[in-house]
Design a protein around this ligand. Structure first.
Ligand code: AMP
Ligand code: MG
Length: 417
């Protein structure tokens, strides 16, 4: 029954398949407060408003002298007595009319002053300062609320917190931020042939690399790995692991056991426990896309081939995870670079090649080269690469032609958008 289901699966474009997958996924939505030092890469769960102006008061942008602009002659020099000295953090007294206040960067402007003269542009003489006119009124003054006005929304819901958002929240006096709780993800890796690294290999066995690729990808995206099992190709073991994974997490990723012709334990276990969908997608690598839900927990079945697993994670699992996290921008960053290679894609499937993006040798823009071995078992190509190059279906690429690339720097980080 499963086999005929697979054969009858329609061929979908990547975007159609992605829409089907994402339609079945809702943001986790549970909220918590996080201390500011632990807020990096978390997602803001409700708008954060400024309770007060930043800066809270008019202050000096320079070391110099605070004056009333009207006291300075439009032409020639004006000599004013220095009536007070204001350092950062001090409360000034009102400016005595017709005098200047010595002032330092960040110190509050005294009432009655409206302009700061840089110390480089004047000279001090026995308790007086000599200033050359004319002055531009308001010069070198940071106005209250100039950075952030009270009442403004500073962090929108769905914003990923980067170092600069941490600083911004601190500048408003916030010690905590409202965020969504971390998304919990389970990994179920299948394969009789797999051995954990650290143990010796028997003939015919290989090391379970996918488990580590996946846990790295999940950490990089700020997820919590809540359950991880490596199981043999066996229906009962698969059912058991998937049922546990569904209880433990918001999202399940499986590795292996879903390719055409494979003993269909993963698909059968999903169908037994919940809902199964199999679509053939016009991308390479990673043609069949297996997804579904088990007891309400969405699941994505990734291929066992290490490169296919990596690519399908980036194309399908990543946006699903971002949606679960409450993020609003799910599309990966793409940019254009000139190909250094020639390639003909004879098939009606979009190809993702392991590639390296670098500054062009002639200093104009970027160029992209591809790894010489693009096989789906050549995991070293993913380590060599810093991006995926996108070759359209039936596309031909000539050297010098601009093609789309997806840099890992944005694909594998929660901080990029
Ligand atoms: P499968 O999708 O289960 O048919 O696996 C396809 C290929 O990927 C086979 O050559 C497997 O040995 C290999 N493979 C499957 N799972 C893993 C894994 N966890 N780590 C490394 N290679 C794997
Ligand atoms: Mg297998």
């Amino acid at each position: 029954m499963m086999r005929s289901m697979t054969h009858r699966a329609p061929l979908l474009s990547e975007s159609q398949a992605l829409r089907c997958l994402l339609d079945g996924i809702a943001p986790v939505g549970e909220r918590e407060q996080v201390d500011l030092p632990n807020a990096l890469a978390r997602v803001v769960s409700e708008p954060v408003m400024a309770q007060s102006d930043v800066p809270a008061f008019d202050n000096s942008a320079m070391d110099g002298y605070a004056v009333a602009c009207g006291d300075i002659a439009a032409h020639g020099e004006t000599r004013l007595a220095i009536s007070q000295r204001i350092t950062a953090g001090r409360q000034p007294t009102p400016l005595v009319p017709g005098t200047a206040a010595r002032i330092f960067t960040g110190a509050p402007l005294p009432p009655g002053a409206d302009t700061v003269v840089m110390q480089e542009n004047c000279r001090e003489e026995r308790g007086h300062v000599v200033i050359q006119g004319p002055l531009a009124k308001g010069g070198h003054v940071r106005k209250a609320g100039e950075d952030i006005a009270a009442g403004r929304c500073v962090l929108e819901q769905g914003t990923v917190i980067r170092p600069q958002e941490m600083g911004l929240a601190a500048s408003l006096g916030r010690a905590t931020l409202p965020v969504y709780r971390r998304v919990r993800v389970s990994i179920v890796v299948t394969g009789n042939e797999l051995v954990a690294p650290g143990a010796p290999l028997a003939p015919g066995q290989l090391y379970n690399s996918n488990r580590y690729t996946l846990s790295g990808l999940l950490s990089a995206l700020g997820c919590e790995l809540s359950y991880s099992r490596c199981i043999p190709d066996d229906l009962d073991a698969t059912r058991d692991a998937l049922a546990r994974a569904a209880r433990a997490s918001d999202f399940i990723l499986t590795s292996g056991g879903v390719s055409v012709g494979e003993e269909d334990y993963v698909k059968r276990a999903i169908a037994d426990l919940g809902a199964l969908h199999v679509h053939h997608i016009a991308i390479k690598p990673g043609k069949p896309l297996t997804y579904g839900t088990i007891h309400g927990t969405p699941l994505l079945g990734l291929p066992g081939n290490p490169v296919s697993l990596f690519v399908t994670f980036v194309i399908f699992a990543r946006p699903a995870i971002l949606k679960l996290q409450g993020r609003t921008e799910l599309a990966p960053a793409r940019l254009w670079a000139r190909a250094t290679f020639e390639r003909r894609n004879p098939i009606k499937r979009r190809e993702y090649l392991r590639a390296r993006l670098q500054e062009a040798q002639d200093g104009h823009g970027h160029e992209v080269s591809i790894h010489s071995r693009q096989g789906s078992a050549v995991l070293s190509s993913t380590a060599w690469a810093n991006c995926l190059a996108v070759i359209p279906e039936h596309g031909t690429v000539a050297p010098g032609q601009a093609i789309a690339v997806m840099p890992f720097s944005s694909l594998l980080s929660p901080l990029s958008d």
